[in-house]
Design a protein around this ligand. Structure first.
Ligand SMILES: Nc1ncnc2c1ncn2[C@@H]1O[C@H](COP(=O)(O)OP(=O)(O)OP(=O)(O)O)[C@@H](O)[C@H]1O
Length: 352
């Protein structure tokens, strides 16, 4: 196994709120190998963004507490002086967010902003930086880059702005790119083009952490998958293993609710019953238990993320017997298709 590029151990993020302390990320451990694409998936509120913002030390809210260890190229980022951390961000780790305007300033031209980014980590003349900005804009597919370099962000479409942000990320040749829902705000064709750019960046050697709620995106691009629920890892493993032999009932639900192309007719898709858990109201054991059709007594205890059947690279946090998961999945799917929109809690409420 190569030394991981990023190794996160026991990450915990809590917010002090008026209602008390809320743990948004709990005991989260994962790693990213050099050149790998890790897809992080989970419903809204599962802690995907907060965990990556914590890794980047971008949670500046005074009410937030972050603990654990974040090793990047051997250094613990959580213990790094601010100045060194700023150098890591932008030089070694680049970021792309859902809204490109979080990275672009409306009052400067796109080209100027890319050139400044280049000059922040490379001692080159303004002329050289500008020439590189034009090349980068052209690399990310901006037509007529030599003149578009003088445009302001508002003169770009949403897709073009996201390309410009990716051009900025490319400018520093980052070892790691963290992309948080980079395609969510874009239409489908542009989404595919942005994913291609991510692949291209990855082809140049950058590892990528791609946050999404879309299993379809993960299936196209990720080498490994981290499934998050209630601020914790529910399952983690190579893409093929997770897609072909998913182990956690939450992952089953995510996969079963993805529409498939083909098939003789459209069948009704099962959905995950119930609503996502809120971090302020986590049950004591497995956070998914209230929505799980296969919940049993043991689920009142918190399951650890573990390799159930000896494959150390594929782990899940569930008490169900590892060898029975295939048949249990069929049982859960049949129940969800027969009575979509019902879950254990709702059934109980209905009969109460
Ligand atoms: N400043 C804050 N104060 C209190 N709770 C917060 C704060 N910021 C985030 N949270 C909580 O942390 C939880 C995780 O949020 P996060 O944005 O990481 O989820 P996510 O999985 O990225 O969802 P989405 O796909 O909607 O972005 C949420 O329930 C959110 O309410």
């Amino acid at each position: 196994m190569p030394e991981p590029l990023l190794d996160v151990r026991d990450l915990r993020v809590s917010f002090r709120t008026r209602q008390g302390s809320v743990t948004a990320v709990d005991r989260l451990s994962f790693s990213v190998a050099p050149g790998e694409i890790l897809g992080v998936v989970g419903e809204s509120g599962s802690g995907k963004s907060v965990s990556m913002l914590a890794v980047l030390r971008l949670l500046t809210n005074p009410n937030v507490t972050v603990s654990g260890e974040v090793r990047f190229r051997g250094r613990d980022l959580l213990a790094l002086p601010d100045k060194e951390m700023r150098a890591v961000r932008g030089r070694e780790i680049a970021m792309v967010f859902q809204d490109p305007m979080t990275a672009l300033t409306p009052v400067y031209t796109v080209g100027w902003q890319i050139a400044e980014q280049i000059r922040a980590h490379d001692r080159v003349s303004r002329r050289e930086a500008r020439a590189r900005a034009v090349r980068l804009l052209s690399d990310v597919g901006i037509p007529d880059a030599a003149s578009r370099v003088n445009a302001y962000p508002h003169e770009f479409s949403g897709g073009m702005r996201q390309r410009a942000v990716i051009a900025m990320a490319l400018s520093c040749d980052p070892a790691l790119l963290i992309a948080d829902e980079p395609t969510t705000a874009l239409d489908v064709t542009v989404q595919a083009q942005i994913l291609d750019l991510m692949r291209e960046l990855n082809g140049r050697g950058s590892a990528v952490v791609l946050i999404t709620h879309d299993m379809g995106v993960i299936s196209q691009i990720a080498d490994r998958v981290l499934v998050m629920y209630g601020g914790r890892a529910a399952e983690e493993g190579p893409r093929r293993a997770v897609f072909h032999g998913p182990r956690h009932p939450y992952t089953w639900g995510l996969l079963d609710s993805v529409p498939r192309v083909g098939g003789a007719r459209l069948r009704r898709l099962p959905t995950i019953a119930g609503v996502p858990v809120s971090p302020g109201a986590l049950p004591p054991g497995c956070a998914f238990a209230p929505r799980c059709r296969l919940r049993h007594d043991r689920c009142a205890e918190l399951p650890a993320l573990a390799a159930g059947n000896g494959d150390a690279g594929h782990r899940d946090a569930c008490w169900l017997p590892p060898d029975d998961r295939g048949s249990l999945r069929l049982t859960a799917r049949a129940a969800a298709t027969e009575r979509p929109g019902t879950g254990p809690d709702m059934e109980k409420e209905a009969t109460a």
